[in-house]
Design a protein around this ligand. Structure first.
Ligand code: MN
Length: 252
């Protein structure tokens, strides 16, 4: 199995190293990842600048290709320019921080996998729900298992898997839940500050402590100690509203 790996935390992040090490037991791994931190770039691509790609070593040996672009750029580059064979699977992660609810819209991690699915390849995004003291071992091991399920069952065209794990050792996981996205997003605000020259600037900050009554959601699976696996898609059309909108009889 040919596997393309990317992330949005950059090619030198701890999570992608754990992911590549685990998945190299399941197939031939090619890493194409951003050369620096690109979290929260969503599905951005680079069109006004060239993409520079250099070989990156980790632990003294070749690890992958570091690109001056976004996760979506990296997946396009991997498939269309770098890999000799088309991958059978694209895996993006392991992200430092969960990608839940409406936050997936901002996520570079999820967009790396979305790009894989757009190009017709089964794709998985995988995130660890913590920003402190991450233990990537359970997520890395689960990525190998899930790759096996995806290979066996396939995924429908246009569907990818968004996986989140609580930050616990494998032995402490309660199990797995297939979930839907929670209808939650960051509660964010702007810290208004003054720079040394007396100019005002703003720095976005926030928290993510939503209440969520939906027991089938990604958020509540994580809170209960389960791995959350959510099938997601990128056709954003609201099919239910089409007829009603037609009834507006909008004229040009
Ligand atoms: Mn990230």
């Amino acid at each position: 199995m040919e596997i393309l790996i990317t992330n949005d935390d950059g090619i030198y992040a701890e999570g992608i190293y754990a992911l590549a090490a685990a998945l190299s037991r399941a197939g031939n791994v090619t890493v194409v990842a951003p050369d620096t931190q690109r979290s929260a770039v969503g599905h951005a691509i680079t069109i006004t600048d060239p993409l520079r790609v250099v070989k990156a070593n980790r632990s003294g040996k070749f690890f992958g290709y570091a690109a001056s672009g976004t996760p979506a750029d990296c997946v396009k580059l991997g498939i269309k320019a770098i890999m000799k064979k088309r991958p059978d699977l694209v895996v993006s992660g392991i992200n430092l921080g969960g990608n839940l609810g409406y936050n997936v819209l901002y996520s570079g991690t999820v967009s790396g996998a979305t790009e894989g699915a757009l190009l017709g390849i089964p794709s998985i995004a995988i995130s660890l729900d913590t920003f402190i003291k991450p233990d990537f071992s359970a997520a890395a091991a689960f990525s190998v298992k899930l790759a096996g399920y995806v290979k066996k069952h396939r995924l429908p065209p246009g569907t990818l898997l968004n996986v989140n794990l609580p930050n616990v050792p494998a032995g402490k996981l309660k199990g797995i839940r297939v979930t839907n996205q929670s209808r939650t997003s960051f509660n964010d605000w702007f810290d208004k500050r003054t720079d040394p020259h007396g100019n005002t600037y703003y720095w976005m900050t926030g928290d993510f402590k939503p209440k969520d009554a939906d027991q089938a959601s990604d958020l509540n699976a994580l809170r209960a100690g389960y791995i959350s696996v959510t099938p997601i898609q990128f056709d954003l059309t609201d099919y239910k509203f089409i007829t009603e909108l037609e009834n507006w009889e909008i004229t040009a």
